[in-house]
Design a binder for this molecule. Sequence first.
Ligand code: EPZ
Length: 415
Amino acid sequence: MNNDSIIIRGGKKLNGEVRISGSKNATVALIPATVLATNVVTICDVPEISDVDALSTLLEELNVKVTRRQDHIVIDPTEIRNVTLDHEAVSKLRASYYFMGALLGRYKQVKIKMSGGCYLGPRPIDLHLKGFESLGAKVDYDDGYYMITAEELKGTNIYLDFASVGATINIMMAACFAKGRTTIENAAKEPEIIDLSSMLNKMGAQIRGAGTNEITIDGVDKLGGCFHEIIPDRIEAGTYIIMAAACAEKVKISNIIPQHLESLLLKLDEMGVRMDIGIDSVTVYGGNELQSVEVKTLPYPGFATDLQQPLTALLTQAVGFSRIKDTIYPERFKHCHELSLMGADIEVGGGSSSITGPTPLEGCTVTATDLRCGASLVIAGLLANGTTTIKDAYHIYRGYDNIKEKLRSLGADVE
Ligand code: EPZ
């Protein structure tokens, strides 16, 4: 289906300003978390991405009313029913599993079909399930369904073997009404976790320490409604900053929190990218010769694994030999083959990619294998001579709000 492709005529310099939308990875946790509320929750700056549509469908399956306005969403859970979640929308994104923690937390029972999402190598949820069991829940898996139940949820000490974002968030939600205090040690520190914690606390939860590696949740009886504004999407922001470093004359990326992008900005500075960093924006100037660098992805605040794929496209234009090691997803390199089709010189092996540059890129037909692979191909297409057709563009629409409109506003030739 051609409407599933993005076509880019490359070689144009980008100029102007792009406003970053609300964080996808916060949004996909905040929406399921509203089932914990006994009253209306209004969430502002919701990105227009297909993941939000899938999650809204699942809320409606639970008889939760969802009203989409211009840039906010009004969620009314007052008539909620805890039915089995087996709508095909569950398989549209891995983050459907946040309904496990939220429904278990509120009803001590949840039945849901196994969740899907991007293929990034094995993505188990063992840490999530171990957390639920530590709180007193019983986890059964049968015929493609998880059935998780608890007589009582009791606060306890949970140590995460890996600082998993998803497990931290899921356990935080499951513990909101548990009796007593739950402590999550070796918790993930991503800004999206802080954003969820601040919304839940506005609803009446007692969560402390989000953003550090130790989070405590003191159980309460119920949660009310609230009004919440989502933090800007640091991965969308990073993607446009990398794109500007590749193709801009002068581009301002606004509505961002620069502190959330520190490791990327330091790495781009090391490459010789010229930037002015403001309070809530970054202005990127093109024209500098870029130097090769070494990158190693780490849990936040280290270099984000989600940005190593877009950065790869930029590194094809850096002078010398660059290397990226992804310690989070050692198999997250499907974009390298696609970039090679366009002329990039990249070797992949042992959880790393090695990029030799600069190499001219030629437009051709490539395939987005996952969301951030798609983002790297968009950047490569903007850089390339000629026309690039990116197939399976639906991956890109999962996480990049109005990407074609934003690219056109910067002067890109996209359809
Ligand atoms: C979140 O995924 C993000 N998704 C991912 O972004 C991001 O790449 C990832 O964090 C790492 O930063 C959302 O927030 C919706 P993890 P998540 O649990 O929660 C292993 C994007 O492009 N693990 O921190 O799934 C797992 O296999 C997406 O926006 C277990 O072994 O990440 C992986 O190797 C892609 N057992 C590592 O931990 C578990 O129970 C990171 O997983 C859970 C995770």
